[in-house]
Design a protein around this ligand. Sequence first.
Ligand code: NAP
Length: 287
Amino acid sequence: MGVEKSVAVVGLGLMGQALAGAFVRVGYPTTVWNRTPGKAGRLVADGAAVVDSVEEAVAAGSVVVVCVADHGVVRGLLRTVGGGLEGKVLVNLTSATSVQMREIGGLEGVDSYLAGAIMGMPQGIGTTESLVLYSGPRSVFEAHEEVLRVLGEAVYLGADHGLSSLYAGAGVSLMWSVLNGFLHGAALLGAAGVEASAFVPFARQNIATASGWLAGYAGQIDEGAYPGADATIDSHVAAMGSLVQESEANGVNAELPKFIRELAERAAADGRGRDGYAAMIDLFRTP
Ligand SMILES: NC(=O)c1ccc[n+]([C@@H]2O[C@H](COP(=O)([O-])OP(=O)(O)OC[C@H]3O[C@@H](n4cnc5c(N)ncnc54)[C@H](OP(=O)(O)O)[C@@H]3O)[C@@H](O)[C@H]2O)c1
C-alpha cells in the first residue's frame, strides 16, 4: 500500500461515509469533513481524523476526494479552499454532467484533477461490486491508481474530464431502456396472468441476443454504412405496429412501443427505411 499518500474526504453523506470508510479500513491516513458535524463518529472510532473546516481537510490529504450533493456545492467548496489544492490531487466523485466536470478542471487552483462517476451504491464501495469510472490526465490516474482501487474497480477512460460522466450517462440510458422494456413486457404477460418471474429466463435470453448484435451495430455506426441485410427499418416499423396493437388489445400502456415506433417511422420518413436498424443513430445524434 502507498502509505505515503493520505486521503481527505469532503462530504459525509451516504456515499462520502462509504468512501471514507473504505480508505480507513485499508489503513490510509484519512481526514474527513462534513458541513453538518456529527456524521464522523463511526469513522473516527475506526481511525479517521475529523476536522472543522474544508480548508483543514484539504490541507491534510495528498488526495482530496469530494463527494457532495451536486456540482454547485463542489464549486462553492472549491472557492472556499482557494489555492489550498496546490500540489494535491482532486478526485471529484460528485455526480455532474460532462460540461460541469470539465468546468472544474478550468477553475483557479485546480491543477491535478480526476473526474469520477460511481456506478454503484454505498454498500458496495470497497468491494468487487463497486465500479468507479475516471477521466483526466492518464499520469495522474496511474500515479494514484492504488488509492483509487481501494474504492472498487477503477476504470480509466481518457484525458477529457467529461468522459466519466458521458460513459455513466450512456450506461444508465441503456439500463433504463432495458428495464422499461422488461416492465412493459411483464405488464403484457401479466394481462394473461403470467407472473413476472416466469418472464425472467426469456427476458435474459432476449437481452443476451440483443447484446450479441452490439459489436456489429457499432462497426456500422463507426463506418457510417447500414446495410439492411438481416432486417430493415421498414420491417421493424411493421413489427412495432403489432406490439402497439397487442398492448392496446390487452389493456396495457402502449406509450413505450408507440414511442419506439414513432422513432423508427421518423427514420423511415428520412429515407432510411431500407437501411438496417443501426441507421437510427442519426435520430439520436440530432438534438
Ligand atoms: N448514494 C448513492 O447511491 C450514490 C451512487 C452514485 C453516486 N452518488 C453521488 O454521490 C454524491 C453524494 O451522494 P450521497 O448519497 O452521499 O448524498 P447525501 O447522503 O444526500 O449527502 C449529501 C452530502 O452533500 C453535503 N452537502 C449538501 N449541501 C452542501 C453544502 N451547501 N455545503 C457543503 N456540503 C453540502 C451534505 O452535507 P450535510 O450532511 O451537511 O447535509 C452531505 O455530506 C451525489 O452527487 C450522488 O449523485 C450517490
